[in-house]
Design a protein around this ligand. Structure first.
Ligand SMILES: [Zn+2]
Length: 454
């Protein structure tokens, strides 16, 4: 038996369809996990197994987070890492992360996903690249299943420790053969290539300064053999460029191309310092970018040339990045910062509110190589969020409620539907006991800091 769900009477329904329609008094009719009809409330079926009244709400496609390190929610605002740039920040945090446990990965993933979901996100990637003390990517994947989030789990890795000229300490790196073997196991166990998939696996060595050229190339070969995507960090700041020049005698973009890391199945985080040749090469090859404005500001990495990338037709999605360099995981907050930061760099018309929302929906879908999420139209996955407009944050802004979502104080959702299931109802997550998770998360964060003397 199929189950139907009707969302109706939306003050404004943002479709992100081909015409970018915004429908006043809009409605969405869902059957099981797929959108069947979108239109004016009067034109859609009036009955369904469940009906949600969206009066005084903006209804829109769920936001898509393309870059995160969820375990870092345990190491927010660590005093020694509050004020450094990327390499200094990493060097202070690696010893703490070396004490991670499987329980910490599981609980921090639930915490990070809760924060994302409450802020409007329905699909997230997570880049887990450190596996001490028996931690596995399975710990994150199980958490995603429990909470009900659409998940692209990226099997990160580090293999070049300090003794070989890399940045991470030797005790947190893995042997390359073991990395590839575990990556293949994860793809074979969890990857769902089908439409409306809730679970995909991504091959994701951490960065050019923490893995070898061999691992980059072998990862690309494995990803292509299994038809999965590739993800890493690239061209994040000036030190990152200097390392690439010194070690490889190439720009990061040239190195990526040399390793086979370009194409519609590849997306790179940050690219703050991507040069013009890199931008055009990314556009030509369909290579995607995860833009992380808060992290770029926090670590003073610079302003990514997103306006220029969009004009060149590069695929750009949005990412909150790990919570040790943000230190928030609020997706609508990130949309706001994306809009504001482009304006700081490139002028007041560099990015509109609607363009920022498009990056966070359609842009993210493209970067994750999906055509079934990011818009509300028939045949798409039923990932839908609802923002209520009667709060103090929107007072005086209701002449343009869609732009208000981005310009005003970042709101939390009142409802979130993921793959046709109501995951947030009346502002509360239904699938887990959030206060219990937060308490456990705080205890584990305390334990982690104590173990390291941070
Ligand atoms: Zn990152």
């Amino acid at each position: 038996m199929s189950k139907t769900l009707l969302i109706k009477n939306a003050r404004m329904l943002v479709t992100m369809d081909d015409e970018r329609r915004e429908i006043a008094d809009g409605a969405v009719f869902i059957r099981d996990n797929v959108i069947e009809q979108v239109g004016a409330s009067a034109d859609l079926p009036q009955q369904a197994d469940e009906v949600i009244d969206a009066t005084n709400h903006v209804v829109m496609p769920g936001l898509i987070n393309t870059h995160h390190h969820m375990y870092q929610s345990l190491t927010r605002v660590i005093p020694a890492a509050q004020n450094g740039e990327l390499f200094n920040w990493l060097t202070n945090l690696y010893p703490i992360w070396a004490n991670l446990t499987p329980e910490m990965v599981h609980v921090s993933t639930l915490t990070a996903m809760s924060e994302l979901i409450l802020s409007g996100c329905t699909t997230s990637s997570d880049h887990l690249y450190i596996y001490p003390n028996g931690c596995k990517l399975d710990d994150s994947i199980e958490a995603a299943g429990k909470i009900g989030m659409r998940f692209h789990a990226a099997r990160g890795s580090m293999s070049v420790g300090q003794s070989k000229g890399g940045l991470p300490p030797d005790r947190v790196v893995e042997e390359e053969g073991a990395i590839l073997k575990d990556t293949q196991r994860l793809i074979e166990t969890y990857h769902d290539a089908g439409r409306h998939a809730m679970q995909r696996v991504v091959v994701a060595p951490c960065s050019p300064f923490s893995v070898s050229r061999d691992l980059m190339k072998e990862s690309a070969a494995m990803a292509r053999a299994f038809g999965v995507s590739l993800h890493t960090h690239l061209a994040e700041n000036a030190n990152d460029i200097a390392y690439s020049r010194e070690k490889f005698n190439m720009t990061p973009a040239e190195y990526a191309e040399d390793c086979g890391w370009v194409g519609h199945d590849v997306w790179h985080a940050h690219c703050v310092q991507l040069d013009d040749d890199g931008i055009y090469m990314f556009a030509r090859t369909g290579t995607g970018i995860a833009h992380c404005p808060c992290s770029n500001m926090r670590l003073a990495s610079g302003i990514a040339p997103i306006r220029k990338m969009l004009d060149a037709d590069v695929s750009v999605g949005l990412g909150v990045d790990g919570s040790a360099s943000n230190d928030a995981g609020h997706m609508m907050g990130e949309v706001r910062q994306a809009m504001l930061l482009q304006r700081v760099g490139y002028g007041p018309d560099a990015m509109t509110a609607r363009q920022a929302l498009e990056v966070a929906t359609l842009g993210g879908a493209k970067v994750l190589n999906r055509d079934d999420i990011g818009a509300l139209k028939p045949g798409m996955s039923a990932d839908i969020v609802m923002f209520k407009l009667d709060g103090i944050g929107f007072a005086g802004a209701l002449h343009d409620p869609v732009a208000a979502l981005v310009f005003c104080t970042p709101p939390n959702v009142s409802y979130s539907i993921i793959n046709g299931k109501v995951v947030v109802r009346d502002g509360r997550i239904c699938s887990i006991d959030l206060p219990v998770v937060i308490e456990s998360h705080n205890a584990l964060a305390h334990q982690l800091a104590l173990a390291t003397g941070a």
